[in-house]
Design a protein. Sequence first.
Length: 270
Amino acid sequence: MPELPEVETILNGIKPFIAEQKIKNVIVRHRGLRWPVPTDLAKQLIGHTVLAVTRRAKYLLVTFKHGTLILHLGMSGKLCVLEEKIVPQKHDHVDIVFANVILRFTDPRRFGAILWTTDKIETHALLKNIGPEPLSSEFTGDVLWQRAQKKSAPIKSFIMDAHTVAGVGNIYATEALFMARIHPNKAANKVTREQYRLLAKAIKTILKKAIKKGGTTLKDFSQSNGKPGYFSIELEVYGRAGEPCVVCSTALKHIKLGQRSTVYCEQCQR
DNA sequence: ACAGTAACCTGTTTGC
DNA sequence: TGCAAACAGGTTACTG
């Protein structure tokens, strides 16, 4: 489910409930996520207080004095804050129990992850090689262009690679390429510097718009009887294959790039 | 170092 | 209608 804006929204949603709160209990019902949930997770967490809740790429980082809890939602993961105990369902794999709320991790496909590390977080194997945050000032068209010079892979694969830029998933990569009028299959090193400037701007614009939408959609993150709903901005190409381009009315094309569904306008995107 | 593919899973949608 | 195949918003690991 989640792309970066959803993860950002989840972060903002859960933070007020768990920051500075002490963990009372940890219940793991299913260890088999992307990587096994550490067997000593409960032992590591019980009795400790959350110092901070942050995000890097699509990883949620819950910081403690003695280490960091790393959460990733994969394709189908959700987190919800329960203010009362609700009978866990089939895919509710982990509960982190605080005095007043339960943070519940749900993930049918189990591509998500829950890990514990005592490493300095920026040196952790999963995070150390990740590219700049797309909304930071370090992420610019010039940086993209520079990195692209040795890459003959399609531009879409290039920007979806976390080493290029953090957290640009399939939907927003597709949308940003349309906004910047760049053909998704164009080799990364054939895309001009000016196109990269447009692309970086498009990525920032789309992500900001989606985060803003998430903020207004999910006013109250805690739900006593359900899961927080996801949201989406209005999409101009993704999911619209065969329908007319919003700019020129040409039927939008569908292709696969790197095993991922890709939609574009052959008229507008070059 | 890079490009391309398989793999991890289950639920839902599509096609015969 | 039933059943099987294809597909889904992510990421790593492996291959050549």
